[in-house]
Design a protein around this ligand. Sequence first.
Ligand code: G
Ligand code: G
Ligand code: NA
Ligand code: MN
Length: 255
Amino acid sequence: ARLGAQIRHALGMNQFQVVYQPIVAMPEQRVVAVEALVRWHHPRLGTVSPAHFIPVAERNGLIVELGAWILRTACEQLVRWIGELGPAAPDRVSVNVSARQLARPGFAGTVADVLAATGLPAWRLTVEVTETAVFDGGPAVTALHELRALGVRIALDDFGTGHSSLGLLQAVPVDILKIDKSFVDRITEAGRHAVIAEAMMQVSNGLGLDAVAEGVETAEQAEALTRIGYRLLQGYHFGRPEAEPGFTRRPESRG
Ligand code: G
Ligand code: G
Ligand code: NA
Ligand code: MN
């Protein structure tokens, strides 16, 4: 069958899984949040990347159903961790929302229903949207205002790579800038990358937003980012996306 039809089947067969990547606060490296990322374990194809199937689900509309399942699963998981781990649980969970999901009438209502059903307080949920999902205004931006009114936080994902990064900040309600990995990759080289990352930090500070640097893979990158003011870091250096990230293991059993 075509991939689109297989996605519907996979939902019924429990082939999707949500994994969680830590977002740490420097310098203590406390896990203050996790980003939820979906995985598809296909019986024949193995693990299919969301970079491959999310665009298909967007085109055939199944992203609405799949996205709602991801949202509910992530909210339930944080509620469970808070119950099991208390203060060692992350404060927040961040869920990626695609353009089509966000622009569909009733999206904020779905989020409100999931929060009510799972008991997760709205302030503990962040919705991650890309610049391209919101840059032409319209229903997607209306949805962001509705989410804000619920108390949900908004993160602008892959910040700096879209069409209108700075202009967008005038038009769209945002709480968090997620600085794209492409800036982090070369942050330790002399040259323009560090200058741009530093300018983005100044914009973030000036507007009173949080900034998260994504794709941090080395201690050197973490150090360079910290030096220019980044306090919230995410990347393989701190942890990969996993079903049960390191903080779920009790200190006495931690390797
Ligand atoms: O997790 P990974 O790096 O393989 O993700 C690849 C791409 O798929 C990224 O752009 C990421 O934002 C997207 N993605 C991962 N999980 C989700 C999800 O739950 N919903 C949406 N809409 N996109 C996701
Ligand atoms: O588009 P978005 O930023 O949501 O996508 C995040 C993607 O980046 C996920 O697929 C995640 O698995 C991946 N990722 C997270 N941290 C790192 C990292 O340190 N290095 C690389 N190469 N990918 C990362
Ligand atoms: Na994201
Ligand atoms: Mn991102």
